[in-house]
Design a protein around this ligand. Structure first.
Ligand code: ATP
Length: 690
């Protein structure tokens, strides 16, 4: 750290007291002169080897020179984690926040930074340094095109802005660094050495993979370490956790049993606090946790996922079984990592996971500051399979990082709309130029096999997309060139997929009054709707019957239909427990789905207005509120006008006094369960003002 400016050293010493000296990877990067340099850099060092600190050094250097910094991350969970970590800089008069207009150091998710490159050019031009965390996600299908095009646009609009990319090691780093005009500093240092191996059921004299996991668990329990197991589906996380818990539950020492029971109680407290009985998934999770085993997937309450992560970090759980989604965004290392399933289901059937994903999951092994080494295991059923897995994964090369911009049709549409809406493009040639300066364009033109016809194939894709966008009333040709329609501008300013907007526009154009249940079903079929999914192989008839009752007749019942039925039940004041039992679905994420649905109803209303469809629009405001609060029509005014009253207490009030509380006294109000003096006061004020 000696070569750093004294102010930077002081800030790091004060804000990161646990960091006594730089590790070899950090030294290599700092010795390259990267902090004071003004050129672009890609820093590629393994997970948990201290990339953030390097980003911080460059950020502090820029800020101390009077500059402004954006730190871009892929997920809101990482954004919150980094804001909390960087808030400590405020004691040195450094403003830390989530937007560059009010911060010296703004931590933003990729989508928010992208929005600045689309419409807030003055703000964009004030930014001196952009740090892109998890840069390797540029090869990801969903988030990759967003950050790729945001970087491309920002380099056009603010060429003086420095870019530092913090990345995992990538196979085609030279290609990425030439596109970014960046220096590359790579290092393979890991704070905890990682040993990767393949275990076989034969060798371990066990019948199946789960018994191999049990063996690894028993060893980790003996040495007081932990184990993280990645499987391919939610159902597998539950069945494996159940199996292992059943095997060890009679061997839990008393002190651990007590600790596990406390965690189980916290898990069960979550639905209770939300006015719902624990769902079957909650009960199953609590039962497994009583044996120190937790499963972790998107179908749990968010708070339950946080509890599992925190308690695992505290050492109050032996093992977590998780889907790979845990890989991104949650910093949860463990001495032992087992990747039980190395195939995942795709539309072309089961496919082996990329070596890159294997590396990301393996990289979780070894907790810095606790473990002296980390172990990652694959499991094979035979010596042959073990040999192939070692060859492909343990000693294999990670894949080349390819831009997914053209593969992701919606990204092509969104980027064309953005370029036109932001007046950066007026015709197909301008759009072609923009795509040519993306990483996709760079890869095509620099590929000896593709470059010959790369321009033609890109031109073909862009013309196809333009045709689709004009046909769907999103773009229009005018004498001054191509422009967005009002509908197109609506899409440009939203983060919704084009397919979502087009589907809702088609629905808005249908004749007759808006049928709110049919609208909920349309919304449930859009790519922006967080799905409620069926549990395992259970009957789907209750969902069909529920939709039929509202005049929605469907042949094939899948997760879209389960989502629609769940939303309808939710806005009829059912809770997660009732919904899960009625429809055999993972209902814990109902609140998130209904919140997104309430926003999509508002988006649909704006589409209607833009299309000049005005009949029945005020019913949409009521529908949006019903989805947001989970209430029937009659108590919408009450829950909307009294902050934090919530549906349970509102319903209790209406059941006791009817919808009009004007004449109800405070003494009467406080008799209702959950109504305290402050809430009674708020209710009185609300009705007095009428
Ligand atoms: N030189 C160091 N000495 C001790 N601890 C360090 C050092 N550098 C970073 N750390 C700590 O190690 C932990 C991991 O660091 P950090 O999150 O920056 O790793 P990372 O490479 O960003 O991980 P990821 O790839 O998961 O984002 C943090 O708690 C950080 O404070």
């Amino acid at each position: 750290m000696d070569t750093l400016k004294s102010e930077i050293k002081d800030i790091i010493k004060e804000c990161y007291p646990q960091i006594k000296e730089l590790n070899p990877a950090q030294k290599a990067v700092v010795d390259s002169g990267f902090v004071e340099d003004t050129t672009n850099y890609i820093i590629a060092i393994p997970t948990a080897s201290g990339k953030t600190l390097l980003g911080v050094m460059a950020a502090l250097n820029t800020i101390l020179n009077g500059g402004k910094v954006v730190y871009a991350v892929p997920l809101i969970s990482i954004q919150n984690e980094k804001v909390k970590e960087f808030k400590k800089f405020e004691k040195f008069d450094i403003n830390v926040g989530k937007h560059p207009s009010s911060s010296d150091l703004a931590v933003m998710v990729f989508e928010s930074f992208d929005a600045i490159t689309r419409f807030s050019w003055n703000t964009l031009r004030e930014i001196d340094l952009l740090i892109v965390d998890e840069f390797h996600m540029i090869g990801e299908y969903s988030r990759g095109p967003t950050i790729e095009c945001a970087i491309t646009r920002s380099r056009i609009l603010n060429p003086g802005m420095r870019i530092i990319a913090l990345s995992a090691t990538l196979q085609n780093m030279p290609e990425l660094s030439s596109w970014l005009d960046a220096h590359v500093v790579e290092h393979d240092y890991r704070p905890v050495p990682l040993y990767k191996d393949v275990l076989t059921t034969e060798e371990m004299e066990t019948k199946n993979k789960n018994d191999v996991i049990l063996r690894v668990l028993n060893t980790s329990i003996k040495e007081s370490s932990q184990i993280l197991v990645f499987v391919s589906t939610r159902r597998f996380t539950e069945s494996l956790a159940n199996y292992i818990a059943g095997k060890i539950k009679r061997k839990i020492p008393a002190d651990k049993k007590k600790a596990f029971r406390e965690v189980a109680e916290k898990i069960l407290d979550v639905p209770k606090k939300r006015g719902s009985l624990p769902t079957a998934v909650c009960l199953k999770l609590a039962e497994c946790v009583e044996s120190g085993i937790a499963f972790h997937h998107a179908g749990l309450f968010d708070k339950q996922k946080e509890i599992i992560e925190e308690e695992f970090r505290e050492g109050n759980l032996y093992m977590i079984t998780a889907t790979p989604s845990l890989m991104y965004g949650v910093n949860l290392p463990s001495k032992n990592v087992v990747i039980r399933d190395y195939t995942r289901w795709t539309s072309q059937g089961p496919q082996p996971i990329p070596v890159f994903d294997y590396e990301q999951m393996s990289g979780r092994a070894g907790r810095p500051g606790y473990d002296t080494e980390g172990y990652s295991y694959l499991i094979a059923k035979s010596v042959d399979e073990a040999y192939n897995l070692k060859d492909h994964y343990v000693y294999g090369e990670i894949e080349t990082t390819h831009s997914k911009l053209i593969e992701n049709k919606d990204a092509v549409y969104k980027q064309i709309i953005t370029q036109i809406a932001s007046t950066l493009a007026r015709n197909p040639q301008d759009i072609l130029e923009f795509f040519g300066s993306t990483f996709y364009g760079f890869q095509m033109s620099n590929n000896e096999y593709l470059s010959a016809f790369s321009a033609d194939s890109m031109e073909y894709e862009i013309n196809q997309a333009l045709e689709f966008l004009i046909q769907n009333g999103i773009l229009q040709t005018t004498p001054e060139g191509i422009k967005t329609t009002e509908f197109g501008m609506l899409i440009a300013k939203s983060n919704y997929a084009v397919k979502t907007a087009v589907r809702l526009r088609e629905f808005a154009k249908m004749d007759g009054e808006i049928d709110i249940h049919k609208l909920i079903y349309e919304i449930s079929k859009t790519p922006d709707m967080p799905m409620i999914s069926f549990k395992g192989r259970k009957s789907k008839e209750p969902v069909r019957e529920r939709l039929n009752k509202e005049g929605v007749f469907i042949v094939d019942i899948g997760n879209s239909e389960a989502t629609a039925a769940t939303l309808i039940e939710w806005m009829n004041e059912r809770n997660e427990y009732e919904i899960e039992n009625a429809f055999n679905v993972y209902a814990a994420s109902t609140r998130r789905s209904s919140y997104e649905a309430s926003l999509l109803v508002k988006f649909f209303k704006r589409i209607c207005e833009v299309l000049g469809v005005y009949s029945g629009l005020n019913s949409l405001d009521v529908l949006s509120a019903r989805l947001y609060y989970g209430v029937k029509d009659d108590i919408v005014p009450m829950v909307v006008s009294i902050k934090r009253l919530g549906r349970k207490r509102a319903r209790a009030l209406v059941n006791a006094f009817g919808a009009d509380l004007k004449s109800v006294t405070k003494e009467e109000l406080v008799k209702i369960d959950g109504i305290g003096p402050k809430t009674a006061e708020a209710i009185m004020n609300r009705y007095k003002s009428n």
